[in-house]
Ligand binder design. Sequence first.
Ligand code: H2U
Ligand code: ZN
Length: 345
Amino acid sequence: MSSSQFPHRRYNPLRRQWVLVSPHRTQRPWQGEVNPSSGFSNVHYDPNCYLCPGNQRAGGNRTPVYESVYIFDNDYAALLPDSPAPDPAPSPLLRAERERGRCKVICFHPDHSLTLARMEPAAIRTVVDTWAAEYAELSRNPELRYVQIFENRGAMMGASNPHPHCQIWATEHVPDEPALETESLRAYQAEHHRCLLCDYLKVEAEDKSRIVCENQDFLVIVPWWAVWPFETLVLSKRHIGSLAQFSDQEKTFLADILKQTTTRYDNLFQTSFPYTMGFHQTPTDGGPHDEWHFHAHYYPPLLRSATVRKFMVGFEMLGMPQRDITPEGAAERLRALPAQHFLDL
Ligand code: H2U
Ligand code: ZN
């Protein structure tokens, strides 16, 4: 039996965090929560959907009749462009800071029933172009130091609406996750005079056991340090920091790799696979940031089937994250799936 069949811990050099890997635990019985599976909608237009073309939104604004992608300012924005500074803190232990920002919603497509996995490559390319344009525009605002593009997919991940969409939150401070990654990437570059993720890409390309899929410009792996059962990391093969530096070809291949990844996810449990995904890229604080290497994280909650999810509770909240199936086992399962969507087979 290989040592990877015994409990051990693995290190995540990006987040400077350990994960406990307990492969033998997949045998344990489950009498806990069973979620409804997130099926596919065949409703192309839902008169009650805020994001379908021509409909009234909850905030009173109307979504226009749009043909491809539609962007609007979030009617319930978590950040405002003109928040004032908070009152001086009565104690250094009660610290607060002003946080100004912008929140936007991007509808990927007018068709309510679609997801990225089910969209045409050309339509996904239009979404990529929109992300690149929004990143570029928001990065020109000197008050905004980070542009977080993310998608919550599926009710299990808290998406408020099945209509294909994502969000952008742009903030005055670099949020904790990308700030931590920035520190790790910088420290590695200072020590080794190379990029941490370029080096990691080489290791994974040679090892091959955690590769899910790839194309000319991107590699998708279940990272060595994955916490979520089927977590993946999408890495650009070139050392580029952000969507603003993408070539035309890289934009097309990003669209392709996102479709490949989400298709395999749907095929795994033959369901509309829920996840949170987002891009980590160069902070927009005006620094040079040669250390930054563009990537996307997919954090999907499902563990055993379309209805049984992983819970991040107990030891994971009080101690450290833990996983049952090995990253190699998860990658093998995803890799073995057809690249074509099961609904199209
Ligand atoms: P999520 O599905 O990831 O929650 O994204 C939907 C966003 O859309 C959410 O942030 C916004 C919510 O505030 N929204 C509007 O701006 N207007 C609406 O009429 C409904 C939802
Ligand atoms: Zn809709």
